[in-house]
Design a binder for this molecule. Structure first.
Ligand code: SF4
Length: 354
């Protein structure tokens, strides 16, 4: 079958049944930009082309298994089943400003095994294909259509380390930006990585407008390696070099994400190490309060007073510091909480942190 996102394949199909290219463009616009269902988009084609397009075009490689709407904020967690049976999650984020973002997954599970992350407890099932990455956006748009909303911003912060699936990630980014498809501005897409230096530089080179974020979480090698096991393979020095190269290619430094964990990476020594690591860089540090994952919480959250001190100490050194308040904590959709929940099953309660 031909993916509805494969524009070359669709053009070849159209030539086979001699469809006017104008009508193929109308079909694409209806599906990708006007949030038409597959059945309605097909009506834009001449009737003689319908059997072939219905049979040969793959509109949805994912099946929506469940949706959970937050009672506390504007988050909706979508649980999808792949054709090979894996369950993956995406999160719609209705931001108070009116923007709509989608947090997408790039892998079913994740091999990175970060100590603070629910997905990391699952191990890796497999990489997602580009069509599966894009279908998360298409299906979110279909659900948002009755609300008059459309996904405007994409964050690659769902299940998986995006750069462990680099080829399909890059294909998906190309297709997302394609004028024939969703035509999303790469400035509205942000790829967050635990730090694969070579891949960060390749991404910055190939997508100069793409936004990158490095989940640093500590500038002390021993602490970072405890939190992010893959850090053992990529030194802080290599990461610093990758940040500088990405900044030279893109004109701005990747955002630095820093998950605050009580007494683990929020001490005065951590501020010093972070300042030293980022010395000479115009860094934007995004502090992330910890969200407890299912089961016994392995870490505690930094209390707000210490978080404020931590931020102030970094600002004094000239860095821009913001705090990310995740949506969807009540439905286990906040940062670090995505873990496969079987369709129809209520997610386990989230343990409280101090
Ligand atoms: S934080 Fe990201 S890279 Fe680390 S285990 Fe979770 S999904 Fe994987």
């Amino acid at each position: 079958m031909i993916s509805v996102h494969d524009h070359t394949g669709l053009n070849a199909l159209a030539r086979r049944c001699r469809v006017d290219p104008f009508l193929v463009r109308r079909f694409r616009t209806a599906f990708h930009k006007k949030q038409f269902t597959a059945a309605d988009a097909l009506k834009e084609l001449p009737s003689e082309a319908l059997p072939l397009f219905s049979r040969e075009v793959d509109f949805h490689p994912l099946t929506l298994a469940t949706r959970q709407d937050s009672q506390a904020d504007g988050a909706t967690k979508l649980l999808f089943r792949t054709r090979t049976g894996e369950l993956i999650e995406s999160v719609i984020l209705r931001i108070a400003s009116g923007r709509t973002s989608l947090c997408v997954s790039t892998q079913a599970g994740c091999a990175a095994a970060c100590a603070f992350c629910a997905t990391g407890t699952l191990g890796l099932s497999r990489n997602l294909g580009a069509a599966e990455i894009l279908d998360q956006v298409t299906q979110a748009n279909l659900l948002l259509q009755p609300e008059g909303r459309q996904v405007r911003n994409l964050v690659f912060m769902g299940m998986g380390e995006p750069f462990h699936n680099e080829a399909e990630l890059f294909r998906a980014l190309d297709l997302l930006a394609a004028p024939e498809g969703l035509h999303l501005d790469p400035r509205r897409m942000l790829v967050s990585t635990v730090g694969i230096p070579d891949a960060m530089v390749r991404a910055a080179k190939r997508f100069p407008r793409l936004r990158l974020a490095l989940s640093l979480h500590s500038a002390r090698a021993d602490v970072r390696e405890r939190l992010i096991p893959v850090a053992r393979r990529h030194s802080l020095g290599a990461l610093r070099e990758a940040l500088l190269q990405a900044a030279a290619l893109q004109g701005e430094l990747p955002m630095i994400e820093y998950l605050l964990l009580r007494d683990v990476n929020d001490t005065a020594a951590d501020v010093l190490a972070l300042g030293e690591f980022l010395r000479g860089m115009k860094a934007h540090i995004n502090l992330i309060p910890y969200n407890a994952i299912h089961g016994p919480a392995p870490f505690g959250a930094t209390d707000p007073a210490r978080r404020a001190e931590f931020a102030a100490a970094l600002r004094e050194q000239g860095f821009t510091v913001t705090t990310r308040y995740s949506l969807g904590a009540d439905i286990a959709a906040a940062c670090g909480q995505l873990a496969r929940v079987t369709a129809g099953q209520t997610p386990p309660p989230i343990p409280a942190t101090a």
